[in-house]
Design a protein around this ligand. Sequence first.
Ligand code: HMG
Length: 383
Amino acid sequence: MSIGIHDISAATGSLVFPLADLADHQGIDVGKYHRGIGQTEMSLTTEDEDIVTMAARAVAPIIERHGTDGIRTIVFATESGVDQSKSAGVFLHGVLGLPNNVRVVELKEACYSATAALQFALGIVARRPGERVLVIASDVARYELESSGEATQGAAAVAMLVSEDPSVLEIEPVSGLWTDDVMDFWRPNDRSTALVDGRYSVQVYLEALEGAWNDYREGGGADYSTISRVCYHQPFTRMAAKAQQRLDRIATDGSAPEVDRLDGTTQYNARIGNSYTASIYLAFLSLLDNGPDLAGERIGFFSYGSGAVGEFFAGTLVSGYKEQLRAGHLDGMLEERRLIGYEDYRLRHIAFDRVGDFATADESTGDVRFAGVTEHKRLYERR
Ligand code: HMG
């Protein structure tokens, strides 16, 4: 029996802020962003969007196509949770109108947890092959204004339906694992923006890649020559290029790579920014949508979450997967985003931390909106 990703869909925030405007206001050459970190824009959320509304938007086409039969588990991965106790997945369960006989949980380990969610989903389906699991990765990536991470902010959600006999990707059982207790990036409970030691985080990311790759190979993982592309966690797309260079060096005898294993994987992330847990699966969706037909080929995945955890695994693209894709769906959403200027961007950043009861302006474009807070309870409504 093969198990893996049967369907995948994504959504992003309704606003876009170009990095050229940020560079302009900082008085620096935009080349630092466009070429230096490989980012052109960042997606931002409106007041009435959050990780739940983006998740609802990502999952809607999957439910429209496959229905909800057999979905008895939702695993919601995020590091920008909206409640300290209740899973964002339960809010999602509510707005989707799913039946009660579903288990729902939220997972956290920085940008890595969607990969844990995927692994848990594979385990559930292995035990109960008729069941399907909804894996959600949804995040709003926020740093302080004028901090080193500011240019890498972003927002997006990816939803994946995991089942037996998947139509998109069959995931292999071998995984390479790596964990180390470090402080490269973190967000204490009293902050809505992350703290980061930027250069150190890049170094730890590369160490994690090397550690996870070595563990993958020692555990019987596939030879590098059989892996045709690698999807990386992309806090910024140049990070993936640095990682690819490192892997080319450690996984080969040093000879020049015959294929560019990043090809096709960076288009969405360059326009969205960091989307934490969703980022690696946006890289995968970018490959599916923008790459050539790679049916039958093995794809590697390197998932990284600061703090820090890394995992390398692989899967094979299923014959006919291209027919399952929604051509132009995410590109359309990216084009539809409303362009905002520097002042608006700053004001929204400052206004993000609202407390007490409030109602939000109706300004997002998805079917589900975050209406505000009443008596400390978050309210979501369908349009
Ligand atoms: P910085 O230190 O301001 O930038 O921010 P820099 O001076 O290192 O420049 C960046 C690159 O642009 C350099 O290239 C420059 O040479 C180049 P590199 O040496 O890296 O190849 N550059 C230019 N190129 C062309 N034209 C120019 C120009 N000027 C400069 N005019 C930093 C970089 C990564 C520190 C910052 O973006 C940051 O703090 N980001 C947030 C942290 C981050 O993303 N870390 C990545 C690894 S950790 C991770 O992935 C986990 C994370 O997603 C969180 C989670 O797990 O939840 C963050």
